[in-house]
Ligand binder design. Structure first.
Ligand SMILES: Cc1cc2nc3c(=O)[nH]c(=O)nc-3n(C[C@H](O)[C@H](O)[C@H](O)COP(=O)(O)O)c2cc1C
Length: 327
């Protein structure tokens, strides 16, 4: 009898496939469909402090005739309304399904990381995902200063909540393995989500405008998370959720072989609908049956990086002749 349950953030999930944070979870009907098709948990779309501030600034710029008091009032009202809407949706989602609902936040000010978390905990979320995007683009800021941001946010948030915390991070760091290891030692991170997918710029050379490459990931995008899950899963004790480029049941198997505790998917659901979760589970179970594995733990980490084994390939980056095979 196959059992694909897994433990994530101290919660028992009935399957290792989590619906990643995105607009997919904006509808309660869809959330119910995800549960029906076998999702282990759902991460709600992030609430972005920056977006709330931008909306306030836009509204204020529409009417300059009022004084600062009124501007403060407008900002506070917009902020409370957006946060209130998020919390209502979270409560509705919790009431609609039995699987865990994980809230996701992205803030820029210290007090909002704390206040958003506090309100989300009160509203009944099962866990919180901190969506911390880090693009080291400011040439005045050193890598250490940049990375300090992760330590400072997880420390503050963890001190102020009893919720389990997942840290969804970017792959931008010159010392990524060391950074993840040190973050795992803080005791403030209950899971890592590797890695977020961002807006990727392109240029339209006819219009000479900035455009974006596709919003959705492609199958080959899996290699970044696969590489880093494999490299880190034996090094840290904190579980890892893999995300980006996981489109099939075979991809879930690959990530678990690399050592992931579970996966988070978005693009493939956008492209194929919520039933894709079931298709992926069936494909994964079919593989488990063929290989005589009854539990995910039976094969988890079997292909994780080990300097003594063939899995050293996860550390290769150069297309050397014998490796690339292309003349
Ligand atoms: C349309 C769309 C919206 C997204 N919104 C968010 C978001 O609000 N917060 C977040 O942390 N990630 C967001 N993501 C990233 C996904 O959660 C996920 O990590 C990423 O898409 C990689 O998974 P995939 O390859 O299965 O799409 C979004 C992705 C898509 C495609």
């Amino acid at each position: 009898m196959l059992n694909i349950e897994t433990n994530y953030l101290g919660i028992n999930l009935k399957s290792p496939i989590i619906v990643a944070s995105s607009g997919l979870s904006n509808s309660i009907e869809k959330i119910k469909e995800f549960e029906k098709n076998g999702a282990g948990a759902i991460v709600l779309k992030s609430i972005f402090e920056e977006q709330i501030l931008a909306e306030s600034a836009h509204n204020i710029s529409q009417d300059q005739s009022y004084g600062y008091d009124v501007h403060d009032y407008i900002s506070a009202t917009i902020r409370d309304t957006r946060l209130g809407d998020y919390l209502s949706h979270l409560k509705e989602a919790k009431a609609a399904v039995n699987i865990p609902i994980i809230a996701s936040i992205n803030c820029i000010s210290d007090h909002e990381w704390l206040d958003f978390t506090h309100k989300i905990e009160e509203a009944g979320a099962d866990a919180i995902e901190l969506n911390i995007g880090l693009l080291p683009s400011n040439h005045e800021i050193s890598s250490e200063e940049n990375e300090q941001k992760y330590f400072s946010i997880v420390e503050k948030v963890k001190r102020n909540t009893n919720l389990p915390i997942a840290l969804k991070m970017s792959q931008y760091s010159a010392g990524l393995a060391n950074l993840i290891k040190k973050l795992s030692w803080t005791g403030h991170v209950d899971a890592f989500v590797l890695f977020n997918r961002y807006f990727n710029p392109d240029i339209d050379i006819e219009k000479m405008e900035i455009t974006s490459t596709g919003v959705f990931s492609r199958a080959e995008d899996i290699s970044d998370s696969l590489r880093w899950v494999a490299i880190m899963s034996n090094v840290i004790e904190v579980p890892i959720a893999a995300t980006t480029g996981i489109h099939t049941g075979k991809d879930v198997v690959k990530e678990i072989l690399a050592g992931a505790q579970c996966v988070q998917i978005a693009s493939t659901i956008y492209e194929h609908g919520s039933q894709q979760i079931k298709v992926m589970i069936d494909e994964m179970e079919d593989w488990m049956q063929r290989k005589s594995f009854n539990f995910l733990d039976d094969f988890r980490g079997k292909m994780a990086f080990d300097s003594e084994k063939s899995t050293v390939a996860f550390e290769r980056i150069q297309f050397m002749k014998h490796f690339g095979g292309i003349e």
